[in-house]
Design a protein around this ligand. Structure first.
Ligand code: CA
Length: 223
């Protein structure tokens, strides 16, 4: 299950990312309304957790723009606890509403409830050539062979597989897998890709994980 968290407070995002990742959700983060709206419109998420108070475009505006095109479930978060905000949020198409400060257990309960209601937007098994990534059982196969991946290798493969055919920059990969900023050492990504490649590609003639010089990495079947 993929959750997009649109929230500008670093403490809140790292706290929620940790909790939701432990609850087996895949968490994507945007720290402003503009990036959040772009991601919500261009990617498929099972749920968007959206803070109202954001720099630039605020959460209500993001919600209104999103609802013109998509019905992704949205849980609104806000520090403002007035009836007007709540009504405006629900009228703009929010599926639920939670006021800060909230207990993490309550957030998790609301997320689970929303996800039970929503139809699944994302596939359970991703396939690239003869590579099969089972997101539920967290298993990877290539042809008849079962491949053993570490948790980090699996996270990297899932990221690439969910965006197969799309070139992912080292900066983007770093931000999604290690929760670091772009100016941190991108050699970490190169080393992780090398380890993943050793498992999924090295002994196969049809390579799936490609380096795009000067840009990043892409997972695709070019055969
Ligand atoms: Ca905020």
């Amino acid at each position: 299950m993929r959750i997009l968290l649109i929230e500008d407070e670093p403490k809140m995002t790292s706290y929620l990312r940790k909790g939701l990742t432990e609850a087996s959700y895949t968490v994507y983060i945007a720290d402003n309304g503009e990036d959040g709206l772009f991601l919500a419109l261009n990617e498929d998420f099972d749920l968007v957790v959206l803070d109202i108070m954001l720099p630039g475009i605020d959460g209500l505006k993001v919600l209104k723009e999103l609802r013109k095109q998509k019905e992704t479930p949205v849980l609104l978060l806000t520090a403002r606890d007035t009836v007007d905000d709540k009504v405006e949020g629900l009228e703009a198409g929010a599926d639920d509403y939670l006021s800060k400060p909230f207990a993490y257990a309550e957030l998790l309960a609301r997320i689970r409830s929303l996800l039970r209601r929503a139809p699944r937007a994302v596939k359970d098994i991703l396939r690239i050539g003869d590579l099969e990534v089972d997101l539920i059982k967290r298993r990877v196969r290539r042809g008849d062979a079962r491949l053993e991946l570490t948790a980090q290798e699996f996270a990297l493969l899932q990221l690439l597989a969910e965006r197969q055919g799309e070139v992912l920059t080292r900066q983007f990969i770093t931000s999604q897998i290690w929760d670091m900023n772009f100016d941190s050492d991108t050699n970490v990504v190169d080393a992780a890709v090398k380890r993943l490649r050793a498992k999924i590609d090295n002994t196969y003639s049809n390579k799936l994980l490609h380096t795009v010089r000067g840009m990043g990495y892409v997972l695709e079947d070019r055969s």
